[in-house]
Ligand binder design. Structure first.
Ligand SMILES: [Zn+2]
Length: 206
């Protein structure tokens, strides 16, 4: 149970987990992917609340623990004031959690996915430098292509982009051969791996 405060000012307790184990709780993966894991209905105003609360997702069969910190703690995470748990990967906000979970579900290498996002976002930025798009991994389709969704190119639309598996494989090979090259290491800030670590720097230079 967690104490929730609705924008209508109602305070109530809701059955929202602080941690889930995706091997033990067989419904949790579906709930995580459809967004219902951290949502609840306010008993007073009936609003559906999508909560920006911390959550730890363990997935022993994938040898992974993902710690999601709320969007408002992004700065604490990247500035190092938040002391991270050992052997955990960090994500910020629910969208990044769903993204990373999908990457692990599909047996992909997170750093390669972030490097692919960098290429996609760079291309979008070249087309329209005014925009600040964000990209999320969705799924691998039957043909092996990787589907990404890019938000923020147009106001209300999501652009769907597919990356051929041979491009993924070639970047995977390149990363394995050069894991210490700067374009890969720059994606990491401590245990937080995200293409946003690079884009944040870009925007402060501008
Ligand atoms: Zn309410």
């Amino acid at each position: 149970m967690r104490k929730i405060t609705c924008p209508c000012e109602q305070v109530f307790n809701a059955d929202i987990p602080e941690k889930v184990d995706l091997d033990q709780d067989t419904d949790a993966l579906d709930k995580l992917m459809d967004g219902s894991l951290l949502s609840c209905i306010c008993p007073t105003c009936n609003a559906e609340l999508n909560l920006d609360l911390p959550l730890t997702v363990s997935w022993p069969s994938r040898k992974a623990t993902i710690v999601m910190v709320p969007e408002m703690e992004r700065l604490a995470l990247v500035s190092g004031t938040l002391s991270p748990k050992k052997n955990a990967m960090y994500v910020v906000g629910y969208a990044e959690l769903a993204d990373r979970t999908a990457v692990l579900r599909d047996g992909l290498e997170p750093v390669v996915i972030e490097a692919l996002k960098y290429r996609l976002l760079q291309k979008a930025k070249e087309t329209d430098p005014q925009k600040n798009p964000v990209a999320f991994y969705e799924k691998r389709d039957e043909s092996g292509e990787l589907e990404f969704h890019i938000h923020g190119i147009r106001e209300t639309e999501v652009a769907v982009t597919r990356i051929p598996s041979r491009l993924y494989d070639s970047i995977l090979g390149d990363w394995k051969a050069n894991p210490d090259r700067e374009d890969y290491t720059a994606l990491h800030v401590g245990s937080y791996l995200s293409v946003r670590n690079i884009l944040l720097e870009d925007s402060s230079d501008a």
